[in-house]
Design a protein around this ligand. Sequence first.
Ligand code: RP5
Length: 176
Amino acid sequence: MAKANKGETPLVAIIMGSDSDWETMQRCSQQLEELGVAFEVRILSAHRTPAEAHAFAAAAAGRGLKVIIAAAGLAAHLAGAMAAGSTLPVIGVPMEAGPLNGIDALLSTVQMPPGVPVATVGIGVCGAMNAAVLAAQILATADTAMAARVAEFRSAQAAKVKSKDAAFAARQFPGS
Ligand code: RP5
């Protein structure tokens, strides 16, 4: 599935080990859309389609991609496989799958050997959303329009918290 807008070259790839990861990773794609990041989505598996996964990693930078977001569950090696095959920044998102609820995926994703980093975010939806924000922040280092959108996103987020704080401050609590 290609999600780049208006004929734009995708700058970010969301890759997932399975379509069963999509319910969670949709939150990543929505966050990227909100931040105006052109992206593509692929299903590639380090274990089930290793040749395709390695070919994707090897070609990624040449295709104009700048960041790879890799989501997988269980013994999650997809982000590591991307980092092994590309020098692009790789963000790993552990999926909350299986009997260990993502702890296995977190450890498999985060414990990379020195020299082959994966920037690992939290398990599940929070990680999926943060992966999008982190990807935008990486792009923003070389893109002033992106930097402005990231700053706007942060301000809007802060404004929401302030308005919740004001709403709570206006409440009457028993005994106060
Ligand atoms: C991983 O195994 C996938 O990333 C997914 O989280 C998990 C289960 O995959 P399916 O059996 O649902 O295809 O490779």
